[in-house]
Design a protein around this ligand. Sequence first.
Ligand SMILES: Cc1ncc(COP(=O)(O)O)c(C=O)c1O
Length: 379
Amino acid sequence: MTLRPKPVIDAINQYYEEFPACAGRSIHSLSQKVDEAVYKARNTIKKFVNAKQDKEVIFLRNTTEGINLVANSFPFTRGDVILVSDKEHNSNLLPWQVVAKKKGLKLDVVNSNEDNTFSLDNFREKLSTYQGRVKMVAFGSTSNLDGVSIPTKAVVKAAHKAGSKVLFDAAQTAPHHELDVRATGADFVAFSGHKMLGPSGIGMLYGSEASLSHLNHYTVGGETIQDTTYYEATWEELPHRFEAGLQHYAGIIGLGAAASYLKKIGLKNIEKHEITLNKQLDEGIRSMPGATIIGPHDATQRGGITSFNLAGMEAHDVATMLSASKDIMIRSGAHCAHSWFNKHKLQGSARASLYLYNTEEEVATCVAELKEVAKLGKR
Ligand SMILES: Cc1ncc(COP(=O)(O)O)c(C=O)c1O
């Protein structure tokens, strides 16, 4: 989760203070203001991901909900194959596990290279092994474990050639790298607001019009229909067909404000800043005897993330000490990627995530403090 800038907080407050109504139902003026604000936010997000049409942007709670929507509503048939990587966040693993068990599908895992980078060779091999049975490829486009991004265009090209749809879990891509759904050709892309300066409890699912039209219903209720009788319903058009019930309007508006804020600064600039800081952090951690870093040796391949362990120290103790001594907030544990840690027989790691508001001074403080913490582990 990130800090939130003033324009995002102001946009949320403005909704609650000036037009706290719902969209799409009432004709009074407050409701019309919500309609306009939601329309504007959807259009902003459309541009943020370079989608073709506003209706290809579905607002929902978070990345997890977006992936569950696709997993549960995609028209799989028995024997179809779903491919994930060996580094997936639980949110891009469990929905596929569950649907595979429920519908008699095969879930298979594409192993990464030795250095934890994506293996196109392993991926292509899996596609050819299954000879047209792979119907969904679901990969995290940037890993929350080690910050590594995957070659999205090449993945989509190979998957489409093999007759499969592609979903990218972009929870860690949207905040840190430029997202261009049309350039990559992905069928579905999901991300969350709270990792990109936006509110929590709001996220989005992109789907090309053709891909979304291919899906069955997921959650249904108010907003998803044009008309009902007791026994039948006439369904709404996209995007409302998938946005059931009253929406998180403040969240949608705040997410739009966050996307505008990021665009104004420029994702390329953010990426550059994070890499500069991450190199500094990486160098500092590597200089500590017994420190290990997860992922490729070259810090520039890991965006703004350094996931590490200090010899003789529990990751949770490292995080607790940094928080108590210098107000440095890092994550520790399995980072919702338990399957990867189980495979590698590791308990977890400490993970420092850098963002646009972090500074070289902060990294220097973090490294100095980690050096003190590392001394405790060597006793
Ligand atoms: C790569 C990745 N995927 C999915 C998620 C799930 O995001 P959310 O909890 O917002 O649905 C996260 C968040 O930790 C993540 O880092």
